[in-house]
Design a protein around this ligand. Structure first.
Ligand code: ADP
Ligand code: ADP
Length: 233
């Protein structure tokens, strides 16, 4: 069975007398270990779909089954639990705690998971080593370069062994060279068996993914394997 089953999902917003169909009917299956890029013009529904995939929002109609869990019918509290357990988020703006060290930023999800301090620090240290930041554990975000901050965010996203990584414009705030470096890191993570869904406006960045899904007007316009996967190394 696919890791992600999205079946005829719709999401509408009602503003006064106006109804906006942000997602009309989206059907999408994603298998464990896939690396998918989600593209499409502004307003096509990418964020709405990512919010549903990330259990930050639920569909107005249709079904979402993640790792066998029927997410579409869940309450807020249940959603929060699924989110903490199943999803690792990477954002354009890094979303790190400014006053916390790399180690504390990365170990934070483990605090919510009730892991002991010793184990938290051990795991966070290893996670930082794995993204090439073993020598930056005590640095705060403003003592790191943009690329290093995004590496910290990637380490944090992976710390709970989530079933999917959702990366929303992860290179949006980075220069070209650093963007390529971060895509190399996502490649490595994919090679280790992780499932990655990436939203990007940039065709070059999307070409690192193995499958490209394009949206338009709340619908999937095309969905095909990437024949020309771009490799960093
Ligand atoms: P994208 O991420 O591709 O730019 P969005 O998912 O943000 O697209 O938006 C899809 C449509 O839904 C747009 O018409 C947008 O204005 C509308 N929309 C998104 N979020 C909301 C919201 N919270 N309330 C009302 N309309 C929204
Ligand atoms: P890059 O060339 O990769 O963009 P920077 O030039 O921003 O990186 O930073 C080079 C090194 O200096 C990095 O390893 C970073 O940890 C360190 N560094 C950058 N800014 C600061 C700072 N404000 N305080 C301490 N160390 C810093």
């Amino acid at each position: 069975e696919p890791l992600i089953i999205i079946k005829e999902v719709g999401r509408k917003y009602v503003i006064g007398s106006e109804i906006i169909h942000a997602l009309k009917s989206v059907t999408l299956n994603i298998n464990k270990g896939e690396f998918v890029a989600l593209m499409g013009p502004s307003g096509s529904g990418k964020s709405t779909l990512m919010n549903i995939l990330g259990c930050l929002d639920t569909p107005s109609k249709g079904e979402y089954i993640l790792n066998g869990i029927h997410v579409s019918e869940m309450t807020e509290n249940e959603l929060a639990e699924v989110r903490n357990k199943e999803i690792g988020f990477v954002f354009q703006t890094f979303n790190l705690l400014p006053r916390a060290s790399s180690l504390d930023n990365v170990s934070l999800p483990l605090v919510y998971a009730g892991v002991s301090k010793t184990e938290r620090n051990e795991r966070a240290y290893k996670a930082l080593e794995n993204v090439g930041l073993g020598n930056r554990v005590d640095h705060k975000p403003n003592e790191l370069s943009g690329g290093q901050r995004q590496r910290v965010a990637v380490a944090r996203a992976l710390i709970n062994n989530p079933s999917i990584i959702l990366a929303d414009e992860p290179t949006g705030n980075l220069d070209t060279r650093t963007s390529v470096e971060i895509m190399g890191l996502l490649e490595e993570i994919h090679l280790k068996g992780n499932t990655i869904i990436l939203v990007t406006h940039e065709e070059d960045i999307a070409q690192h993914a193995h499958r490209i899904v394009r949206m338009r007007d709340g619908l999937i316009e095309s969905d095909y394997p990437n024949e020309h996967i771009k490799k960093v190394s």
